[in-house]
Design a protein around this ligand. Structure first.
Ligand code: NAD
Length: 496
């Protein structure tokens, strides 16, 4: 059986690791590989390689960096099929959805190709007599990325192209559940001409994460994953003096007003709730049906949920693949059962679904719950599976109050034909990313991605302009070139 190794200093290596974790094919339930789990000495080896590479990469020209990023972008296009297959085989998502995450991740590389523009500083002429001021930004050094299973290529791509374009060197610790895409990305960087040690991959679990968080030669950590781990990473990383951005979990609400096109809204909610088996941080997991929209919306949603084709990600006719592990499947089944016990109506029940020929796969069908209340477990917990809960609200104000009381604030959407309601919604809701008749409002790469409240710990969103700021530090320079014989200096602050 294949053992997935680390990528350190431009080559695959087992380093000193002996511990491994199984990597499953979620569509069959079978173990298909093992992945090495780094010890802290392995992390140290990767960080040393990255620190050595920084001495020249940190000084490389903008032209050199962009040339490599352009070449890397072309290789991501060329290897799109291979990458999509790798992702689907380890994550379970359908191939077209895997392609989608590659394209959205590649857009961050495209943004990073324009780094020369994004890094331009400002210049103020003659701030005082004969004095000018300018600023510029410099890389931090070695930075680390710790990423979740649900987007094994896109989420790391939110980080490393911007970090590398701004002159840093990078150590990625991807999810141990679907680790292979990271190694192919490393190979493509090498093929694009990136010097050894600028991009490294260490596979692992908490041991590797802790070693990164405590390592004195790492300047910053980007984390994306669940909220409890985001809080932990932020606390431990900042305690050791690092800059930390930590994106956490979500419970995303879509509000549907009676004046919306309900067929349109239900179509989009179905795709947003059950696409990727609900394992997206921007998945819609709660539909808030306002007023008389409720009964009709639930009726259409139920029909559409029953029409979802569940099957292996490699089958082009599948809309939705399995969830990532048998534990994830058990969690989803449990959440649906619990909601029934707490009084919700299980309108569509996906618990018993089996896929012929794939009986041991981690499949669970779409579930639709109605009459859910804010007190129920199905509302309070991030289920991270194909479960859509419908909460009834009397007014748009009630819907906004519900969203604002929720601890998460990643994404939200409103479906309406009213500009006035949409405007009020976007101004009043305490959520970072908002869609108007758009269910999954993921910002483009030239904006920044980030939620509010428990969906983002720390204060830095990811990629785009915020990413450039996160991976760099500013210097402000005040300059005078004396050209007279007057050498006098004032003991008071200059005022002209
Ligand atoms: P996770 O928090 O379990 O794992 C994320 C990373 O942390 C992995 O690399 C994992 O190895 C590591 N990790 C896990 N447990 C750890 C521990 N005890 N100590 C140190 N490190 C640990 O998340 P996941 O299950 O891989 O991904 C799903 C979660 O990620 C969901 O909560 C989802 O909402 C969230 N997510 C958020 C965003 C966002 O942009 N806000 C994007 C994608 C996923």
């Amino acid at each position: 059986m294949n053992t997935i190794e680390h990528w350190i200093n431009g080559a695959l290596t087992p380093a000193g690791s002996t511990r491994t974790a199984p990597v499953y094919n979620p569509a069959t339930g079978e173990q298909q590989a093992s992945v090495l789990l780094a010890e802290s000495a392995d992390v140290d080896t990767a960080v040393s390689a990255a620190a050595k590479a920084f001495t020249s990469w940190g000084d490389s020209s903008l032209s050199q960096r962009t040339r490599i990023l352009f070449a890397f972008r072309e290789l991501l296009v060329k290897h799109e099929d291979e990458l999509a297959r790798i992702i689907s085989r380890e994550h379970g998502k359908v191939i077209d959805d895997a392609r989608g995450e590659i394209v959205r991740g590649r857009e961050v590389v495209e943004y990073a190709c324009g780094i020369a523009d994004a890094l331009k500083g400002s210049f103020s002429d003659q701030v005082s007599r004969g004095v000018d001021v300018h600023d510029f930004r410099q890389p931090l050094g070695v930075v680390a990325g710790i990423t979740p299973f649900n987007f094994p290529i896109m989420v790391p791509l939110w980080m490393h192209p911007v970090a590398i374009a701004t002159g840093n060197t990078f150590v990625l610790k991807p999810s141990e559940r679907d680790p292979s895409a990271a190694n192919l990305v490393a190979r493509l960087y090498a093929e694009a001409g990136l010097p050894d040690g600028v991009f490294n991959v260490v596979h692992g679990d908490k041991v590797a994460v802790d070693a990164l968080l405590d390592h004195p030669d790492i300047s910053a950590v980007s984390f994306v994953g669940s909220t409890p781990i985001a809080k932990y990473v932020h606390e431990r990383g900042t305690a050791s003096g690092k800059r930390v951005q930590a994106l956490g979990g979500a419970k995303n609400h879509a509000v549907v007003l009676p004046d919306a096109d309900l067929e349109y809204a239900a179509n989009h909610l179905t795709a947003a709730a059950f696409g990727s088996a609900g394992q997206r941080c921007m998945a819609i997991s709660v539909a808030v049906a306002v007023g008389e929209a409720g009964d009709r919306l639930v009726e259409i949603l139920a029909r559409k949920a029953r029409e979802v084709t569940v099957g292996p990600g490699s089958d082009a006719s599948s809309d939705m693949g399995p969830v990532v592990t048998s534990a994830a499947r058990a969690r989803v089944i449990d959440a649906v059962a619990q909601s029934g016990k707490e009084g919700a109506t299980v309108v569509v029940d996906g618990r018993a679904l089996t896929v012929p020929g794939h009986e041991s796969g981690f499949f669970v069908g779409p579930s639709l719950l109605d009459n859910v209340t804010a007190k129920m477990q199905a509302y309070q917990e991030e289920i991270f599976g194909p479960v859509l809960a419908v909460i009834r609200a009397a007014t748009v104000d009630e819907a906004i109050a519900l969203i604002n009381a929720n601890p998460y604030g990643n994404g939200t959407a409103i479906f309406t034909g009213s500009g006035e309601s949409a405007r009020r919604f976007q101004r009043e809701v305490k959520v970072g990313m908002i869609g108007v008749n758009v269910p999954i409002p993921v910002p483009m790469s030239y904006y920044s991605f980030g939620g509010w409240k428990d969906s983002l710990i720390g204060d830095s969103p990811i990629h785009g302009p915020a990413g450039v700021r996160f991976y760099t530090r500013a210097k402000v320079v005040t300059t005078r070139w004396p050209h007279t014989e007057n050498h006098s200096a004032a003991f008071t602050f200059p005022t002209s």
